[in-house]
Design a protein around this ligand. Sequence first.
Ligand code: HPA
Length: 281
Amino acid sequence: MENSALKIKEWLNSHKIALPFLHVVLGSGLASSLDEYEKTQKDWTLKGVLPFSEIPGINPSTAPGHSAVYKFYEKNGKTLSFQTGRLHGYEGNSPQSVVKPLTVLCDLGVQKFILTNAAGSLQTHMKAGSAMIIDDQVNMTGLNPLTGPNDEKKGPRFPDMSKCYSPGINEILKKNLLQKKVEVHHGTYIGVNGPCFETAAEVKLFSNWGMGAVGMSTVFEAIALRHRGGEVGGISFLANMGTGLAEKAHEKLSGEEVLEEGKKKAPLILSAIFMSAEELI
Ligand code: HPA
């Protein structure tokens, strides 16, 4: 077993925490709201927080709004884990490093995952502040976490991607987001490297291709998890309209705007995720 997996296993054992039945990655804006949300709900008890910095082989996060820790919650002996913060290619991480916090859990036996992100809407009817269920993805980064020698024990050399996102998990997420009165759309997420936001020409291109949302994360994680046989649900929180699509098209995009917009809807989305977790045990 790799050092990172060993460390997490030992840490879970020493804290008497069972292996999670579901692991959730919280994207920008949503991540910083988990601490507050935790206090407003009574069902799940926080059992421990493990910072990435304590795990050999996992890079620290440098992205704004990403504190990069695992948080473990328990209810009736079942563990639900969150990752507040993720690693991105634009921070200088290789695709393999980006996926490490997730693949290590997969290697320990976690099978179900929910990936969330903040993204720019590429369709005028999908307004900022709404959510998009990720039905499928396009990896526009030109890179792939499976590049290099393949470990056949983990997954096949040429993994099938026909069901990259699980219709079952996504259906549960959609139902609970709607119950929380979050406007929900469906669409394809196109992952770019960043860190600059897209030009208006790029947004026009992606939009004409029929893509739903654009962002700088998630695609490597979904690929690596599917390779290992993980089941993946996905939500994009549409934090802003893609460049040039807003009614006030002259307005500039900023990272702060993305984080602020996320914070407003975060409690509703978190609540929908906790509700969904109950159905995925
Ligand atoms: N583009 C890329 N990534 C993003 C955006 C965007 O408009 N909004 C939030 N993350």
